[in-house]
Design a protein around this ligand. Structure first.
Ligand code: NAP
Ligand code: MG
Length: 485
C-alpha cells in the first residue's frame, strides 16, 4: 500500500448552491385539521430552525390533547362519511393526484427538506422527494385492486390511523405512512418531528390542492407529548410509529390492552460485512454511502463494519482516502456530501459517543476538513481497534461515525454481526452468490443488501426484527398493515 494517503485538492469544486429563494416558507404554520389551517388551542407556537446556521425558518403550532382530539374527530367523521363511502377507484385517483402534485413541486420540497433538516440537497433532491412521490404512485395503483392483492381475504380499512414520524426522512416517512393508509381507505392524523415539521405542512398544502375531502388527512405539529396524545387517543384504531427504540417501548406499553393495531419501525445498528473476495472499491463506496451520506441520520445506516482480516489494510487505506475527498458543509450546495447535523442535541449525542469511543480504547480517524463557523457539523469519523463491548459498537449513534472490527471466518462474522439488540438491516460484500445467500440467511436483519447498500423501493417491504421493531412498510406487507384481512 502506498505510504501517503494524502489527496491534493488542487481543483476544488466551485460552489453550486441551489436557489433557496424559490422555496416558499411562511412565517407561521397552524395545524391542518379537517381541511382547514387551525390555530393551536393553547395559542402557543415553537420555532423550527435551519441546522446549517441555527437561524429560525418559521414557527409552527404546538399541539396539545385538545388539538389532537379535534384532528381525530375530523378523521373519524371523514372515515364514517365521504371517504368511507367513496369507491376505491375514486380514492386511488386522489392518491395519484397527490403524487403528481408532489412531482410538480419537487424542487421546492427538496429545498425545504434541506433547509429544515440539514441534509444535503443532493440527498433531498435525488432520494427523499422522488421516493416519497413514488410511494404515493405505488399505493395509488393498489387502491382498487386490494381484492387481487389479498385474494379471498375481504380486505377492510381499520379506521383512523395515528402516525408519528422522526426527523431523519421527514417527507419520506410521511409518505410511507400516509400513502398506504389512504389507498386502503383509512383516515389519518400525523405528527411530524419537532425539528422538521415543514415538509409535512407543505404536504398538507398539496393535499388541500388535491381536493381530498376534509378530515381525511390531518397534520398536527408539536413535540413528544403531542405524539403521545396521538398514540393514546382512544378513538385511534391503528398506530404507526417510526422513531427510537426507547419511545417505541413506551408506545407498546401504552397501547397494551387496547385493540389498536401497531407497527413500530425503530432504531438500528447495521453491520456491513466485507469478505476477502469482494470488489473492494465498490464495497468502500457502499460503506461511504451507508454511513456518511445523510450524516449517518439513517435508521439502517451501516454503522458497524466487519472486514475479513486479509483485506483489512486495503479496505482501511481506501476508505480513509475516500473520506478525505468527502465534502462537508453547506447542505444547499449540490457538491456537498455531508450536510448539517439535524439539531444541537443530536450533535451533542454524537460527540458524547466520539468521546466514549476514545475512552473505550478505539482509534479515531477524521479527515481534515474546514467546517463552517456556525451550525451543527460533524466530520466523517471512523474508529478502528473497536472492542465488541465498546459503546460505539453497541449503541445507535445516528451520526457519520463508523466502528470497524475484523473477522477471520464467516461464522465469526455472523456471530459478531448478530451480537446487537437491533435487527433492522445489514450489508454483505462478496463475489460468490452462494456465500452471499448463506450470509444473508444467517443475519438477524429485516433487510439485507448484497453488494449494494441503502437501496429503497416502494414495492419492497422494509422493517426490523428484535429491538428494531415489528411490522413492515412498503409493498403488499405495508398495505396489509392498514387492513383487516
Ligand atoms: P424519537 O425521539 O423516538 O421521535 C420520533 C417521533 O416520536 C417524533 O415525532 C417525536 O416527537 C415523537 N415522540 C417523542 N416522544 C414520544 C412519546 N412519548 N410518544 C409518542 N411520540 C413521541 O426518534 P427521533 O430521534 O426523532 O428519530 C431517530 C430514531 O428513529 C432513530 O432511533 C432511528 O433509528 C429511528 N428511525 C427508524 C426508522 C425505521 O424505519 N426503522 C426510520 C427512521 C428513523 P419530537 O420530534 O418532538 O421528539
Ligand atoms: Mg428544523
Amino acid at each position: 500500500m502506498p505510504k501517503s494517503r494524502k489527496i491534493t485538492n488542487d481543483w476544488p469544486y466551485a460552489p453550486a448552491p441551489e436557489a433557496a429563494k424559490i422555496a416558499k416558507v411562511a412565517k407561521r404554520y397552524d395545524h391542518f385539521i379537517n381541511g382547514k389551517w387551525t390555530a393551536p388551542k393553547s395559542g402557543e407556537y415553537f420555532k423550527t430552525t435551519n441546522p446549517a446556521n441555527n437561524r429560525k425558518l418559521s414557527e409552527v403550532a404546538d399541539g396539545n390533547e385538545a388539538d389532537v382530539d379535534a384532528a381525530v374527530k375530523a378523521a373519524r367523521a371523514a372515515y364514517e362519511g365521504s371517504w368511507g363511502k367513496m369507491s376505491a377507484r375514486e380514492r386511488g385517483k386522489y392518491v395519484y393526484r397527490i403524487a403528481r402534485l408532489m412531482q410538480e413541486r419537487a424542487r421546492e420540497f427538496a429545498i425545504i427538506e434541506t433547509l429544515d433538516g440539514g441534509k444535503s440537497i443532493r440527498e433531498s433532491r435525488d432520494i427523499d422527494v422522488p421516493l416519497a412521490a413514488n410511494h404515493f404512485f405505488y399505493n395509488a395503483g393498489w387502491a382498487d385492486k386490494l381484492d387481487y392483492a389479498f385474494p379471498n381475504r375481504k380486505p377492510k380499512a381499520l379506521g383512523v390511523a395515528g402516525q408519528v414520524i422522526p426527523w431523519n426522512f421527514p417527507l419520506l416517512m410521511a409518505a410511507w405512512k400516509i400513502a398506504p393508509a389512504l389507498a386502503t381507505g383509512n383516515t389519518v392524523v400525523l405528527k411530524p418531528a419537532e425539528t422538521t415539521p415543514l415538509t409535512a405542512l407543505k404536504l398538507a398544502e398539496i393535499i388541500e390542492d388535491s381536493g381530498l375531502p376534509d378530515g381525511v388527512v390531518n397534520i398536527v405539529t408539536g413535540a413528544g407529548e403531542t405524539g403521545a396524545a396521538v398514540v393514546n387517543h382512544p378513538d385511534v384504531n391503528k398506530v404507526a410509529f417510526t422513531g427510537s427504540t426507547a419511545v417505541g417501548k413506551l408506545i407498546q406499553k401504552s397501547v397494551a390492552g387496547s385493540d389498536k393495531r401497531v407497527t413500530l419501525e425503530l432504531g438500528g445498528k447495521a453491520a456491513n460485512i466485507i469478505l476477502e473476495d469482494a470488489a473492494i472499491d465498490q464495497a468502500v463506496e457502499g460503506i461511504v454511502n451507508g454511513i456518511y451520506f445523510n450524516q449517518g441520520h439513517v435508521c439502517c445506516a451501516g454503522s458497524r463494519l466487519f472486514v475479513q482480516e486479509s483485506v483489512f489494510d486495503e479496505v482501511m487505506w481506501k476508505l480513509k482516502r475516500r473520506m478525505e475527498t468527502l465534502i462537508v458543509g453547506d447542505p444547499l450546495d449540490k457538491n456537498t456530501d455531508i450536510g448539517a447535523i439535524n439539531s444541537r442535541e443530536q450533535l451533542k449525542t454524537i460527540q458524547k459517543h466520539l468521546k466514549a469511543g476514545v475512552e473505550d480504547g478505539a482509534e479515531m480517524f477524521q479527515p481534515k476538513c474546514d467546517l463552517p463557523s456556525s451550525g451543527n457539523w460533524c466530520p466523517p469519523t471512523v474508529f478502528t481497534n473497536v472492542a465488541q463491548s465498546s459503546r460505539i459498537a453497541q449503541e445507535e449513534i445516528f451520526g457519520p461515525v463508523l466502528a470497524v472490527q475484523t473477522f477471520r471466518t464467516v461464522p465469526e462474522a455472523i456471530e459478531k454481526a448478530n451480537n446487537t439488540p437491533y435487527g433492522l438491516s445489514a450489508g454483505v460484500w462478496c463475489d460468490k452468490g452462494a456465500r452471499l445467500f448463506q450470509l444473508t440467511g444467517a443475519l438477524d436483519a429485516g433487510v439485507v443488501w448484497g453488494n449494494t447498500y441503502n437501496q429503497f423501493d416502494p414495492t419492497s417491504p422494509f422493517g426490523g426484527f428484535k429491538e428494531s421493531g415489528f411490522g413492515r412498510e412498503g409493498g403488499l406487507h405495508g398495505l396489509a398493515a392498514y387492513l383487516e384481512l
